[in-house]
Design a protein around this ligand. Structure first.
Ligand SMILES: Nc1nc2c(ncn2[C@@H]2O[C@H](COP(=O)(O)OP(=O)(O)OP(=O)(O)O)[C@@H](O)[C@H]2O)c(=O)[nH]1
Ligand SMILES: [Mg+2]
Length: 319
């Protein structure tokens, strides 16, 4: 199937075309770039909600509950489970896929997982482009689940318009989350497993922490849920909508979208330049020469990079 045909099938809501598109995006080759160029004008409509938090806090259960809620509203839902921690297999996410299988038979729900193939940068690009593909397909809302407690999901969450940071009582993971800078990215803090002891205390601790934080026109609300029973999910969905309205009225949504797309352009320029310089340096034998001198110990990495750039970079005579 050529790219033109794939794009038109995707835009006509052919689920298999969407699945194929995301596979191409994961591979990250020229075909994916051609596809993204073609479908870009059809993007920008979907609401993107990120769900992050430590392993096992109930993110997938919550995503499942939100999916059910949105389906009742007649909205078309895309779910993207992104795992920056486990390369290749996406072990944790496999379980989610099985759990979500029932939801997956609903023609208006599309579920897909992305696992790290080694570099966080590649996963981040694939996440952004997969969200765009789902958006162009016609999803009204896209839920992006990502696991862990570190840079990986902060990176992935920049594609979300509204980010939910999920915590559970007794995990002590709020300390971890604070340390890793995860709480700061939360537009809504969710205390899930509110049926367990310590939920109210965790809510109080989080509120206190928010009191100490900088004043902001949007103070992240702290919501309690029991995702396994669907309790609190409707109220959470209402808060998500409230945040979206706040973003729209404050101009924050347009700003976020522009920030995201312009930083993507920066990344594309950077990686294209890198590829070009390296291929010239390899072809001219400069690279081998530099590596040889590094191995002899007669060259430091800074001087080495300067030599490569001065001979093959933008400022070189070669052009
Ligand atoms: N008691 C209780 N258990 C819950 C609740 N929500 C989810 N669980 C259970 O917690 C476990 C983990 O739930 P998941 O939804 O897989 O959690 P997750 O955050 O997606 O986990 P990872 O993707 O592995 O990081 C499952 O056994 C759920 O049934 C809840 O509100 N209360
Ligand atoms: Mg999960």
């Amino acid at each position: 199937m050529n790219i033109e045909e794939l794009a038109s099938r995707l835009l006509n809501q052919d689920k298999r075309a969407l699945a194929r598109a995301i596979s191409l995006i994961e591979d990250g080759g020229v075909e994916a770039r051609a596809l993204m160029k073609r479908i870009y004008p059809n993007t920008g409509r979907a609401a993107v909600v990120g769900v992050t938090g430590a392993p096992g806090v109930g993110k997938s259960t919550l995503v499942d509950g939100l999916t059910a809620y949105y389906r009742q509203q007649g909205l078309r839902v895309g779910v993207l489970a992104v795992d920056p921690t486990s390369p290749f297999t996406g072990g944790a996410i496999l379980g989610d896929r099985i759990r979500m299988q029932e939801r997956g038979t609903d023609p208006d729900v599309f579920i897909r997982s992305l696992a790290s193939r080694g570099q966080v940068g590649g996963l981040s690009r694939a996440t952004g482009d997969s969200i765009r593909a789902m958006d162009a397909f016609g999803k009204d809302i896209i839920l992006v689940e990502t696991v862990g407690a570190g840079q990986g999901e902060v990176e992935v969450m920049r594609y979300a318009h509204t980010t939910l940071v999920v915590l559970m009582p007794g995990g002590g993971d709020e300390i971890q989350a604070i340390k890793a800078g995860i709480l700061e990215i939360g537009d809504i803090l969710v205390v899930n497993k509110a049926d367990m002891e310590g939920a109210d205390r965790l809510v109080r601790d989080l509120e206190m922490m928010l009191d100490l934080g900088p004043e902001s026109p949007w103070r992240p609300p702290v919501m309690k849920t029991v995702a396994s029973r669907g309790a609190g999910v409707a109220a959470l969905a209402e808060k998500i909508e409230e945040h979206r309205q706040y973003l729209i009225s404050s101009g924050g949504l347009d700003r976020k979208k522009l920030d995201q797309v312009s930083s993507q352009v920066e990344e594309i320029v950077a990686s294209s330049l890198l590829a070009e310089v390296m291929s010239r340096a390899r072809a001219a034998g400069t690279w081998q020469e530099v590596v040889d001198r590094l191995s002899e110990g007669t060259l430091d990495p800074y001087t080495a990079a300067e030599e490569v750039l001065s001979r093959h970079g933008l400022l070189s005579e070669e052009g």
